[in-house]
Design a protein around this ligand. Structure first.
Ligand SMILES: [Zn+2]
Length: 427
């Protein structure tokens, strides 16, 4: 299915897969500040008057001694990793305070190039040229991410350099549409004018909560076609890894891999095929209604469906929720076989999660309207049932947060409890 990237577990017998060294955010990997900052603070980014010694610091990319040491370390690493087909020379990850270098030389390059991608690409091109002779089959990759998304005005990627553009926008609609997707769209079009080929790093889930409905299904096909039209030959569709039961993860996996195999396929057709084959012909029409309801609600509400959402309140109104919940209930009702029933029960997790995490909103609606289209059972009971459901389907990580890994479910239960019983907090 062309799922042969760095994370793929495809064995050699089935064609193997590509290896990155390392996967991304490699400035600190090749030039660890823990080892070098003491002797060479001038190799690291300057912000204000300070050279930054911080997990999110970057490099002073115009410093030639730094570049020499960096290239030496890249070559040493590649010799140790003959399996690597790509070496990633990419900016460290960042919080909102982008700590790229503001020294005079770096700033001048960025100014001239109209983008922070300028100094990065010049540096990456130099690495690419330096390793080319010894490693003619290795691609040198960098990311266009956060502050380096806009393409530079003059410098172009060298022939052995790959640009991987990270998307950002409203995923309820195709990236090729809408004002809020303009920056990503223009970046992809701009880079495709100066690069032979592109790679895309796209985000297909909600990283703040894997369990929340994320109605982006029907723009996934258009997005892949847009990428391909702009010379994309490598695509990383980052979903909710580490989670075994998020929002219809099996459907997403099937849909995305079929589209990567053939971008001309249409998402709705693949969705129907999967719903019928995986949940049974009886349940499929109701699950299709479920998805159509949620997708339409997201588009009609004009919500900005980013990759980090903490609530559905601004797009999923209570009456629509009630219809979606009824469709889901019906899907289970008409299904006899245990194997299908278990799969459908698992897909009930997102709606149940919404009810629990936004319970107050449902209570308020019932009060204001003197009736509730959604059954509002005893919250304590729903919570117990919900946690049992998560355990049954072996949900471990519920969001992208590595710090609290072993306690994820306990953390989630606490959080839900605070929301359900705010009065207990006051005691
Ligand atoms: Zn600098």
């Amino acid at each position: 299915m062309k799922c042969n990237g760095d994370f793929s577990r495809t064995t050699e017998q089935y064609g193997g897969h590509h290896h990155y060294l390392p996967f991304v955010h490699s400035f600190n990997y090749f030039l660890p500040r823990e080892r070098y900052f003491g002797a060479h603070p001038e190799w690291y980014s300057k912000v204000g008057e300070e050279r930054v010694n911080h997990p999110y610091s970057q490099l002073c990319l115009t410093n030639s001694a730094m570049r020499e040491e960096f290239i030496r370390n890249v070559k040493d690493s590649l010799r140790l990793h003959p399996e690597a087909g790509f070496v990633s020379i990419s900016q460290n990850d960042s919080d909102a305070d982008f700590r790229y270098c503001r020294c005079e030389a770096c700033s001048a390059v960025a100014e001239e190039e109209g983008s922070q991608a300028g100094p990065i690409l010049m540096f990456v091109n130099e690495v690419a040229e330096a390793i080319e002779k010894e490693f003619p089959d290795v691609w040198v990759e960098t990311i266009a991410y956060q502050y380096s998304v806009p393409p530079p005005k003059h410098v172009k990627p060298r022939k052995n350099v790959i640009i991987r553009i990270c998307t950002h926008g409203n995923y309820a609609i195709p990236l090729s549409e809408g004002e809020e997707n303009r920056a990503t769209r223009e970046a992809i079009e701009g880079w495709s004018r100066i690069a032979d080929n592109l790679y895309i790093w796209n985000y297909v889930t909600n990283f703040l909560s894997y369990l929340m409905p994320h109605p982006n299904l029907y723009s996934l096909d258009e997005d892949i076609r847009f990428f391909v039209k702009n010379k994309t030959i490598g695509l990383f569709e980052q979903g909710d890894y580490y989670c075994s039961a998020g929002d219809f993860v099996a459907l997403r996996n099937y849909l995305i891999s079929h589209l990567m195999w053939n971008p001309d396929l249409d998402a709705e057709g693949i969705v129907d095929e999967f719903l019928t084959g995986y949940y049974g012909a009886s349940a499929a029409p109701y699950l299709r209604i479920y998805w159509d309801l949620l997708s339409r609600a997201a588009v009609d509400s004009r919500v900005h469906l980013t990759m980090v959402r903490s609530s559905t309140a601004d797009w999923l109104e209570v009456p629509v929720y009630a219809q979606a919940e009824a469709a889901m209930r019906k899907a289970l009702e008409v299904t006899k076989e245990k194997v299908y029933r278990d799969r459908i029960r698992r897909e009930q997790i997102p709606l149940k999660f919404v009810l629990l995490s936004e319970f107050q909103r449902f209570r308020d609606y019932a009060q204001e309207n003197n009736h509730s289209p959604v059954a509002l059972p005893d919250p304590e009971e729903v919570l117990t049932e919900f946690m049992a459901l998560l355990n049954e389907f072996q949900v471990t990580m519920v969001r992208e947060d590595f710090s609290s890994n072993p306690h994820h479910l306990a953390g989630l239960e606490n959080d839900l409890r605070h929301r359900l019983f705010p009065e207990e907090d006051k005691k």
